[in-house]
Design a protein around this ligand. Structure first.
Ligand code: UFG
Length: 325
């Protein structure tokens, strides 16, 4: 198949692109390189540099010879979205709207979207099923939920075959493709930066959550398992797939196990042998206390099962990339 991967120069996008190429697909990457990296795009992919919100870029890149679109390009920081919601509504919602128009005009009928656990907000029950109420606690989560709703309408009205993958927290690396943001706000890279001697201590955002050790709990999923889910989702779209034309299906993607911020720090100490000092700080706005996935639906529908579920293994993969850099 010939595929467009938006955001293919980012952490997750570059791993998904690599796995698609390995599976024999042809990949065009659309990325404005605002947070992604040119050198993360595999040589066998074609990089088109441009903004997903720009109709001129879209009319150039989104063409009828594409079989499917995998849409990852987005702003994705919970904290930033609270301070600058306009950026999230613009890039994530208006950008996807423009992309969907281009997809429809080009006659492309298959679409896989990277949604988020942040669509749920503070859950009533964990693990979180796809049928749980969606009450996002940040503009980031709200923007992803808006796109999920948009895709349902687009499918029903225009025959799109669409899958939303709701990622929980993604970790680990594939080869040299690891997390690399500037500024970095994510927990595991921040902890490893301290272990690499590039900072004195990691700040724990909130120690008064209603969790066993008082710190926020997240479900960390290996980026390679996440990429496998994209391949399965692509296979599910289209006339012969589980999610046929006119249908939109949402899948959670997580390990089903929760790890607290303190668990992550302990895993990093174990992997790196560094003491990783911590400073206890206040909560970060927009952060729910606990996000743990039930991925039963994608397991039952598409046979997906995470295979690299140990936190220390994910941290060790990320640490290897930090050391290679
Ligand atoms: N945290 C710290 N110190 C840090 C960084 C983070 O204590 O230096 C805490 C956060 O407050 C949060 C947890 O560690 O409680 C995880 O934070 P991350 O920033 O690593 O990840 P988020 O949970 O905020 O968000 C990530 C993705 C989102 C996705 C979400 C789904 O960035 O896109 O996971 O669970 F929606």
């Amino acid at each position: 198949m010939r595929l467009l991967v938006t955001g293919g120069a980012g952490y997750i996008g570059s791993v998904v692109t690599t796995r698609l190429l390995d599976a024999g697909h042809e990949v065009v990457v659309l990325d404005d390189l605002s947070t992604g990296h040119r050198d993360a795009v595999p040589g066998a992919a074609t990089l088109q540099e441009g903004d997903v919100c720009d109709p001129d870029v879209l009319s150039r890149v989104v063409s009828a010879d594409l079989d499917d679109v995998v849409h990852l390009a987005a702003r994705s920081l919970v904290g930033e979205s609270v301070r600058h919601p306009e950026r999230y509504w613009s890039t994530n919602v208006c950008g996807t709207r423009a992309l969907l128009d281009a997809v429809r005009h080009a006659g492309i009928t298959r679409f896989v979207f990277s949604s988020s656990a942040a669509t749920y907000g503070e859950p009533e029950q964990v693990p979180i099923e796809e049928t749980a109420p969606t009450r996002p606690s940040s503009p980031y989560g709200a923007s992803k939920l808006a796109v999920d709703l948009m895709l349902g309408d687009e499918a029903r009205a225009h025959g799109l075959s669409a899958v939303s993958l709701r990622y929980f927290n993604v970790a680990g690396a594939l080869g040299d493709l690891g997390e690399r943001h500037d500024p970095e706000t994510h927990l595991i890279p921040n902890v490893l930066r301290v272990a690499a001697g590039q900072g004195p201590a990691v700040t724990v955002f909130g120690t008064d959550y209603p969790t066993p050790d008082g710190t926020a709990v997240r479900d960390y999923l290996h980026v390679d398992d996440l990429a496998t889910a994209h391949l399965l989702a692509l296979g599910a779209t289209g006339a012969c797939g589980r999610v046929g034309p006119g249908h939109h299906r949402v899948y959670n993607l997580g390990n089903g196990t929760g790890f607290s911020v303190r668990h992550v720090v302990s895993a990093a100490r174990e992997v790196t042998g560094h003491p990783v000092p911590v400073i206890e700080g206040p909560r970060r706005a927009g952060d729910p206390a606990v996000l743990v996935a039930s991925s039963r639906r994608i397991h039952e529908d598409l046979g997906w099962t995470p295979t690299r579920t140990r936190l220390v293994e994910m941290v060790a993969d990320a640490w290897r990339v930090v050391q290679n850099r």
